[in-house]
Design a protein around this ligand. Structure first.
Ligand SMILES: Nc1ncnc2c1ncn2[C@@H]1O[C@H](COP(=O)(O)OP(=O)(O)OP(=O)(O)O)[C@@H](O)[C@H]1O
Ligand SMILES: [Mg+2]
Ligand SMILES: [Zn+2]
Length: 280
């Protein structure tokens, strides 16, 4: 129960912190050495002086509060979209582990540029849409961007669109621990969102409206979005709807990855090795 403090006591306490002499309440800040002048107030027609807090202390408190809020914001995003869940393959997708292959030069340049100037992209909201054939490294480059900006303290979400829609659908279950609202709020708030494999989802009216909402929120708040897709641009428009597609065109730099499948290349190499090795 809250203790009731008589008004008289409150006024007495206030009076104790005040003085009619400004000199008593002026002091030298032990932190920055500035002279801190008291606050002047009028009480019942009398001038009173209250010891005030130094600007440097107020700034320190404001910075601490901002740090606490940022920490909580990131924790909220990481709680719902923990990148560690994506496993070692994701963590290994970096610019360092990228092998130059013909046809993917522009994509690599765009991804590197995006990561390097991420702060600028955070202000402009300009994102990246990488499209092209399967297995040629689009998701690798998107993950490399995320892995490059995470150490700079950025809160990122990386999910394949089918998995993201499944996560949203699970919130409708009676025993769901997370609400649809919380997930959508995090997708709006994150510094960077990667919608991996857009167009691979089963398109329903619900899926279309969810994707529209997610893209539109990022669009309104000028927050960068990275999209990877196997679809060509026409197909993508058909799949996700013109309104979502139009927003992506405005928000993202479009880059085609023309390289062949690295997955296939590796698989053929393995077959060759197998033949040469005989019974290996
Ligand atoms: N240039 C490259 N250098 C090194 N690894 C690569 C390169 N391109 C692709 N890979 C690797 O090949 C695998 C397939 O690449 P990734 O998943 O990025 O392809 P994708 O273009 O996203 O394919 P999909 O369109 O099917 O989703 C991954 O393990 C990735 O790390
Ligand atoms: Mg992919
Ligand atoms: Zn000070």
């Amino acid at each position: 129960m809250e203790a009731v403090v008589p008004l008289r006591k409150v006024l007495e306490n206030m009076a104790n912190t005040m003085t009619s002499c400004s000199g008593d309440r002026r002091y030298t800040c032990p932190e920055c050495g500035n002279i801190v002048e008291p606050v002047v107030i009028e009480v019942f027609g009398e001038t009173r002086y209250i010891r005030s807090t130094c600007k440097c202390e107020l700034e320190r408190q404001a910075q601490e509060e901002a740090r606490r809020k940022e920490y909580e914001r990131k924790a909220r995003i990481e709680r719902l979209f923990d990148l560690a869940e994506l496993g070692p393959r994701f963590a290994e997708c970096t610019f360092e582990s990228w092998i130059a292959r013909p046809g993917s030069e522009r994509c690599l340049d765009a991804a590197k540029n995006f990561a390097e100037h991420f702060d600028r992209h955070q202000v402009s909201g300009e994102g990246l849409l990488m499209f092209g054939n399967p297995g040629n490294g689009k998701s690798h480059l998107a993950a490399a961007i995320v892995n490059a900006v995470i150490p700079r303290g950025k809160a990122c979400v990386f999910r394949s669109v089918p998995a993201l829609l499944k996560k949203l659908q699970e919130t409708y279950r009676a025993d769901a621990r997370v609400s649809e609202f919380e997930i959508l709020a995090v997708l709006q708030d994150a510094d960077l969102v990667v919608l991996d494999d857009l167009g691979a989802e089963k398109m329903t009216e619900w899926a279309e409206s969810m994707l529209y909402y997610i893209v539109d929120q990022r669009y309104r708040w000028r927050k960068p979005l990275i999209v990877t897709t196997n679809c060509d641009l026409e197909e993508l428009e058909e799949r996700i709807g013109t309104r979502t597609f139009d927003r992506l065109l405005e928000m993202c730099v479009l880059v085609e990855n023309r390289a062949t499948s690295y997955r296939k290349e590796q698989a053929f190499k393995r077959i060759k090795t197998f033949k040469i090795g005989g019974d290996a």
